[in-house]
Design a protein around this ligand. Structure first.
Ligand SMILES: *Cc1c(COP(=O)(O)O)cnc(C)c1O
Length: 397
């Protein structure tokens, strides 16, 4: 009896804060379960999820195809280092390469690791050590990936960084990139829509120009689709809309229905990595590969990606027409990756949305970012949009 009581009144949030490293600043809510685009807290309150696992939940929560893949594979074999061949990994690597039009894939467990692998691949392929990244770009938090991440608050407290050979140029500026390229540059790394940096899409023609400059300079083009991949922007990969073919493609987040998986894919023109030049114990584990196969299958055989395109456009058009100019400066994005640039800080808006049953993300201090699962129903989506509109209209008064 007493243990039941203490379980009920236990302050899990305080317990979590006591033992957590301290790096994460948490919101005042305990999420305990999810279904589709709905999340539920410990008190049974429901929320429309526009956080989407920070980009990891494109298929939503509890997707039956993902659950079944995990269930079946976990009974078969969960771990199998790449010392051995494994048929599930073989099928997943082939399916992923075919979907992305790439030749090879290195599997890992997170976005930052995918970026690290891409950087190594570029140095090994070119024999050069320099890199160009973009201002406001975000590529992860390991010391290597962090060197490419623009925002100072991520970098300065933990400097000096390992990479002294990274130049940052303004995003969507072809001339500044051209000026930064020379025969020391192994690769240029770029997002298709800058996510953490404020939801800034590449302008028409920009990535084509980046690709042409890279080719002329003998540098690789690394495209970071960790946030934009897997249908988020209305195509399986966002770069398809820009008519380019990356040399290296970084993926993670929604690859495997929320399991921790990342990948660096190499084009036919990029040499395979030399034996033993890189590796990861968990990389390519059969559980992740089975979930990844299920995700690709769902995305390729349903209308979720097309829905992301049409619903995203409709939401942006609606918000542009209806948000008061006194609170919103701009509405941007592609597909169901939506950014609303506010005139003030986003933090109070996030709290007000949470109180009204919508969980959303910031992207920097002034941008409200919506990354709903692609399985969100039209009712849920428009309810979330109405709530955003009401909240911002109240803020305008
Ligand atoms: C989230 C993200 C990363 C880092 O991924 P982690 O899994 O958090 O290491 C890298 N690049 C982009 C574009 C991202 O959105």
């Amino acid at each position: 009896m007493s243990s039941m009581l203490s379980d009920r009144v236990m302050d899990w949030a305080a317990l979590e804060d006591t033992h957590s490293s301290g790096t994460y600043v948490k919101r005042d809510v305990q999420i305990v379960r999810g279904q589709g685009a709905t999340l539920e807290d410990a008190e049974g309150r429901r929320y429309i999820d526009c956080v989407g696992g920070q980009g990891a939940a494109n298929l939503g929560h509890g997707h039956p195809a993902v659950l079944e893949a995990i269930r079946a594979q976990s009974a078969e074999l969960i771990t199998c280092p790449e010392l051995f061949h494994n048929p599930v990994r073989a099928r997943y690597q082939a399916a992923l390469c075919e979907a992305a039009g790439m030749a090879r894939v290195y599997l890992c467990n997170s976005g930052a690791e995918a970026v690290e692998a891409a950087l190594k691949a570029a140095r090994l392929a070119t024999g050069r050590d320099g890199f160009v990244a973009t201002m406001r770009g975000f590529h992860g938090r390991t010391l290597g990936a962090l060197s490419f991440t623009w925002e100072r608050h991520y970098r300065e407290p933990v400097g000096p960084l390992l990479m002294s050979t990274v130049t940052h140029v303004p995003f969507n500026n072809v001339e500044r990139l051209a000026a930064a390229l020379n025969d020391t540059i192994a690769a240029v790394i770029v997002e298709v829509v800058q996510g953490e940096g404020g939801v800034h899409p590449a302008e028409a023609g920009y990535l084509r120009a980046v690709q042409d400059l890279c080719r002329a300079n003998g540098s690789l083009l690394i495209v970071d689709e960790i946030q934009t991949g897997f249908g988020r922007t209305g195509t399986l990969f966002a770069y398809e809309q820009d008519g380019i073919a990356p040399d290296v493609l970084c993926l993670a987040k929604s690859m495997a229905g929320g399991l921790p998986v990342g990948a660096a894919l190499l084009a036919e023109t990029v040499p395979a990595l030399p034996p033993a030049s890189h590796g990861s114990t968990f990389g390519g584990n059969p559980l992740a590969c089975a979930a990844g196969l299920a995700v690709l299958d769902v995305l390729q055989n349903t209308d979720l990606i097309e829905r992301a395109r049409t619903r995203g456009e409709a939401v942006r058009d609606h918000l542009r027409a209806n948000l008061p100019g006194s609170v919103a400066r701009d509405v941007r994005g592609r597909g169901l990756m939506i950014g609303i640039e506010l005139r003030g800080r986003v933090a109070p808006v996030l709290s007000a949305l949470q109180a009204r049953g919508v969980l959303a993300l910031p992207a920097g201090k002034t941008v409200l970012r919506l990354l709903p699962p692609l399985v969100i129903t039209d009712d849920e989506l428009w309810q979330a949009v109405d709530t955003v509109e009401e909240t911002l209209s109240d803020a305008a008064e």
